[in-house]
Ligand binder design. Structure first.
Ligand code: SF4
Ligand code: SF4
Length: 456
């Protein structure tokens, strides 16, 4: 839209969602009103509408407005980057802690839309000496049309090369564990060392170091973006999370959601470690009676349904309910937020000391969402015997998730693929049918030895 003062043209005003819609964290674009002056410089910018779930991490609309205000005075041709202050060839602006995707997408939306408008209306597409503002750095690398279109996700992938390398190696290791699971679980000590080491890695590296805890909000945003505004740029903007989701998508189809829940989810791993430590310290575990346990499963599915319903109306409202996930409090904000959130996260971790993975079993909407997809899994590599369930209940009583039915079947939708039942399956000191077999064999060998001894 052309803006005039009297009959004199001043510049152009446009909505970024109309000119260059880019889906943000919510799966929907952040719409901003931006004004360009006749030199192609941003003369004003304000947010019109957004559905970003930012309030839940303590970021207000005022913070977003202040972020957007940093664009005023920059040229559409500037290489504007969050956190690139002082970097040669870039115009740096300050980001907002905890809202990386939102700020990246806002930056991309404003610059792309501004460049389109500049090209459409023939405004200057490079920073001229006269129009250069004192805070900007002149553009040195340009492409056809005078613009550098280096997408922000590429920059992030380069910056996160170390995290990506470590996580990629860890995923290869996990793949090997799964592929050779039968051989590994037969070596009980080694298996338990590998598993405990992996859980520690998941909590401290994936969780606390990378803050790469997957969330149900990712799932909701993804499905909403399919309805319009899908963009690889948005998916790729969190490299470690992208790689984890890619692995989860494949591993769910091959083995079920248990691979993520049992090995790669930082909050799940933290609960698991707490439960193991409590057992070592002699804390007695308490499992709910089976009928109540099975009824309580429904809660997580109900939470998921409520989240999907709310997200159809507003992602911001859905994100408030998604606070049932203690992930952000734990791994993004490191327990530094309002007391009610901290209490919730700590209580869920603490309860795991007496009832292993209580949150996972009954409350987690992400686990519920992933378990739907588990219905399409291809492999069934968890072994069972004809005696499982009738009469034997050995594995069922050990399963931390209570994912083995009294009839002996493993419930794939609930199983966390911890492989403990497989350790028992191969252990002739713990698996009752194998114990019987071993005893019969020992008795036969004893008899044979007696016969030989009496003959001689
Ligand atoms: S159920 Fe939820 S918290 Fe538990 S391991 Fe799975 S995704 Fe993580
Ligand atoms: S013990 Fe077996 S059934 Fe239970 S969660 Fe672990 S792998 Fe799944």
């Amino acid at each position: 839209m052309l803006v005039r003062s009297g009959s004199a043209p001043l510049g152009y005003a446009f909505s970024t969602a109309a000119v260059s819609p880019i889906a943000a964290y919510s799966g929907k674009p952040v719409d901003m009103l931006v004004g360009l002056d006749a030199a192609g410089r941003i003369a004003g910018a304000t947010i019109l509408h957004h559905e970003e779930p930012i309030l839940v991490i303590g970021v207000s609309d005022q913070h977003l407005q202040e972020f957007v205000a940093q664009f005023v005075g920059k040229h559409s041709a500037d290489r504007i980057r969050v956190g690139a202050r002082g970097r040669e060839g870039y115009v740096g602006i300050d980001g907002i802690s905890g809202a990386t995707i939102t700020t990246m997408v806002i930056t991309s939306s404003i610059t792309k839309a501004a460049r389109r408008v500049v090209q459409s209306y023939g405004l200057p597409s490079t920073v001229s000496a006269e129009s250069e503002a004192p805070t900007t750095v002149a553009v040195q690398t340009t492409i056809d049309g005078g613009y550098d279109d280096f997408p922000p996700w590429k920059q992030l992938w380069m910056e996160r090369a170390f995290e990506l390398g470590v996580v990629s190696v860890a995923l290869v290791v996990l793949f090997a564990v799964l592929f050779f699971q039968d051989s590994l679980v037969k070596r009980t000590r080694l298996f338990h060392r590998v598993r405990t080491g992996y859980l520690l890695f998941t909590v401290f590296f994936i969780g606390f170091y990378c803050s790469a805890q997957l969330s149900v909000v990712n799932l909701l945003a993804f499905f909403h973006s399919l309805g319009g505004g899908f963009s690889w740029d948005t998916l790729l903007i969190e490299p470690v999370i992208f790689v984890l989701w890619a692995f989860v998508a494949v591993s769910i189809l091959l083995w079920g959601r248990g691979v993520f829940c049992g090995w790669l989810c930082p909050f799940g791993a933290a609960q698991d470690l707490i439960s193991k430590l409590a057992t070592r310290l002699g804390v007695e575990g308490y499992q709910l009676p089976q009928p109540l346990h099975e009824r309580l499963w429904a809660i997580k599915y109900l939470i998921l349904i409520a989240l999907v319903g709310l997200s159809l109306d507003s992602m911001a409202n859905a994100a408030r309910l998604a606070e049932v996930e203690p992930f952000k409090t734990t791994f993004v904000l490191y327990f530094m937020r309002q007391p009610q959130y901290v209490l919730w996260a700590v209580a869920l971790l603490a309860v795991s000391a007496v009832n292993s993975k209580f949150y996972c079993k009954y409350l987690c909407p992400l686990g519920a969402g992933l378990s739907f997809i588990t219905n399409f899994k291809i492999f069934d590599w968890l072994r069972r015997r004809s005696e499982c369930g009738s009469p034997c209940q050995a594995c069922a009583s050990q399963c931390q998730i209570d994912a083995i039915k009294p009839t002996g079947e493993i419930l794939d939708n609930e199983c966390h693929y911890c492989l403990e039942c497989q350790v028992t399956y191969w252990d002739d000191q713990r698996c009752p049918p194998l114990v019987d077999k071993r005893k019969r064999q020992e008795a036969r060998q004893g008899k044979a030895a007696n016969v030989i001894a009496s003959d001689s």
